[in-house]
Design a protein around this ligand. Structure first.
Ligand code: FES
Ligand code: FES
Length: 154
């Protein structure tokens, strides 16, 4: 398939991308832009490891064709910190011991940030629903939910 040039705005910066139009957003973000926080788990939209924000909404980037994200604002986990200062949600996950192997964590944190943007004071059930698309094989979710609650309550 003939390659295309298009521009992706990722973490506030425009990147000119030259790639096949059938590449997923996940592939381009990881392989072309070298932002490897988003992970490939299932590749079929079921695990949430590849979650990024597109115009502030959570998206499974393995299911999005990269050219379809042109002209949108894409945020990956690498775009959350403010210089050396972690985003409060990143800090809360560390403080609550919410990270084990870490594979699910970038997607989990982005879903949590999007949840609180939409609903700054979610109930525990609403938090669980907000991260329902992000599967974690390690933690049992309790410490993740506690971390999100701590940011919501701060
Ligand atoms: S890798 Fe995209 S949802 Fe699992
Ligand atoms: S911390 Fe290992 S999959 Fe969630």
């Amino acid at each position: 398939m003939a390659k295309q040039i298009f521009t992706l705005n990722v973490n506030g910066r425009d990147h000119e991308v030259y790639t096949e139009p059938n590449q997923s957003l996940l592939e381009v973000v990881r392989d072309e832009l070298r932002l490897t926080g988003a992970k490939e788990g299932c590749g079929t939209g079921d695990c949430g490891a590849c979650t990024v924000l597109v115009d502030g909404r959570i998206v499974t980037s393995c299911l999005v064709l990269a050219p379809d994200a042109a002209g949108r604002e894409i945020t990956t986990i690498e775009g959350l910190a403010d210089g050396e200062k972690l985003h409060p949600m990143q800090q809360a996950f560390i403080d609550h011991g919410s990270v084990q192997c870490g594979f699910c964590i970038p997607g989990m944190i982005l879903s949590s940030v999007a949840l609180l943007e939409e609903n700054p004071a979610p109930t525990r059930d609403e938090i669980r629903r907000g991260i329902a698309g992000n599967l974690c094989r390690c933690t049992g979710y309790r410490k993740i939910v506690e971390a999100i609650e701590s940011v919501a309550g701060s």
